[in-house]
Ligand binder design. Sequence first.
Ligand SMILES: *[C@@H]1O[C@H](CO)[C@@H](O)[C@H](O)[C@H]1NC(C)=O
Ligand SMILES: *[C@@H]1O[C@H](CO)[C@@H](O)[C@H](O)[C@H]1NC(C)=O
Length: 611
Amino acid sequence: MGVLWFLFVILAAGKALELTNEQYHQMPQLFQLDDYEKCLANQRGAFCLGSFDLVAPPDNHLFNVIQKFSEEHYSFNHTRIHRGYCVSSRCSDVDEVSLNRKFVKCVKNITQKHYGFDAKLSSLNYCKTSKTPPSRPIDSLDVAFIYFCGIILLMNVIGTIYDFARNPDHKPNRYLITWSLAESWKRLTNPYENGDPRLTSFSPIHGMKVISLILVMLAHSIIAFHMSYLQNPQFLEYASRHPLSTLLHNGSIIVQTFIMLSSFLLAYNLLISGEKDPKNGLNLRLLPRVIFNRVARITPLNVFMVGLTATWWRHMSDGPLWIPFVEEECAHCRDKWWAQFLYINNFIEPDKKCLIQTWFLAVDMQLYVLAGFLALTLGRSPRRGVKVLSCLLVCAILANFVIAYNWNLKAILFLTYPELMRHQYAGQPSFNLMYMAPWGSLPSSLIGLIAAFLLYYWQQVNFKPEESLIFRILYRCSVPSIFIWILSGYFIKNISSPIFIAAYAALDRPMFCLIIVVAMLGFINKIDSLWWQFLSWNGWRPLSRMSLPILLVHWSYNLTQIAVRTNLTRSSIFEIGGHWFLTIVMTYVTSLPLHLLIELPMLQFFKVLFS
Ligand SMILES: *[C@@H]1O[C@H](CO)[C@@H](O)[C@H](O)[C@H]1NC(C)=O
Ligand SMILES: *[C@@H]1O[C@H](CO)[C@@H](O)[C@H](O)[C@H]1NC(C)=O
């Protein structure tokens, strides 16, 4: 049956339009970029960047080929060309006073001359001369950010000096000690989690988190390449057709691991803490405290990163692509910083992306509140809790199916096409209303809760999953299934039935999370020692504790690396690999001080302050 289905899908897949190398290069170059520095070094230099739509006389053969090729999902839209010209030198013969009009005329003329097409301006990014002042001078917000950092640094210095100078025999001042760098370092490297052996057995989760985050960085490196001005767009276009590239296109689902883990750890910790106080147990009065701890942990770093993006980031470099990439993102952060801080940035102007990955923080926070509520209300009886949560899970999946079917929303797999990635999915309802909407991730959160309740229940009744044959078989299948599930997207992409697409949108994430949960429960219960040893390696622990700064910082490195280019970007496996490697190294190097100087001390400080 499976084989038949496989064959059917392959046959149904249809053949992609292939162009020979020669034909490909007959199309107008998708990107052109003149030498920005040389251009603006000239006293009268002027540089413009913009996108143009090609317009051809009817029945133009080349244009038909371009259109056909552009209609392929895996192609960039070649009827829209992107040009960054040194207007002063390239278009000196065009007599036009206005710089913008000169640029437009110039592109028209050159496109006409080379390809016989007319070009219509679709969007002008900017025009600037060597005398144009920086578009955004240093302002009061920039200064305020410096003060913010200065105060945090000062608190750290005071706390650290205090810690070294104090008499170790006396009880330390509980406010000052939270700012001690030595204390923070101990927290980062401390091998124990609260000392409860049940929590210590969670050590493989550290490895899972670190590896997932490294893969998230890879996915974002690839998105960054899709956004840049490419010398050889055909590399990405052809690479996208390769079956293995599905691992990347469908791989962003790995983020669901974090949603699942955050509700899993929350619920399990609550269940354990309920034991300590059997009389009161778990009740809803704990909810504000639970939410407060989460907000106190995430908000300081979130404020720092959004602040940095909105202020000093744009002053760090310059280049032809600096304005569209960095300054634009900075403007978005200035517009919607309040939504970022309230964790509703996924609802407010979703097309304006201020740090694209922060949709996760918003969804995670929204679901955390719900997960906290459910864990506290159902925590008294884990067994009943599992049943109620399973019902909720089924309802959530059905609701997602209805939403997806009704509004024609698709899983992210159907959106990972070059042209959509180029625009960071702007204007895609599937991205805004499914991918980064809380209901899209709700099943994952519920699965995390179920896993926590189930594990706790098993421990209560002394059931050992490692002794169950069924569980062992499921576990053995789980790790390969992760890859199979992601890779199967290659075939699913070609299916066009709306019911199937909606069903996939509803089932994709829960299926993946179920597989991950089985694997995780297997890791935790040490079903096989190889995985356990690998994922519990001590080196993962500090890296996994820095997950929040890593999540917040890495995109800025992804984007900066392409925004500082002054020339077309060449894409190849090595180039993307190098980009990825640099992002990983720089992200870790930056995350360490952020974790030690901001995240840990602020969290402890708030906890002491409000306890
Ligand atoms: C490509 O861009 C042009 C101009 O914006 C647009 O009219 C056309 O529909 C696009 N083609 C595809 C396949 O998206
Ligand atoms: C392009 O510029 C040249 C001058 O170099 C001019 O002679 C020609 O008419 C222009 N062509 C168009 C289509 O504007």
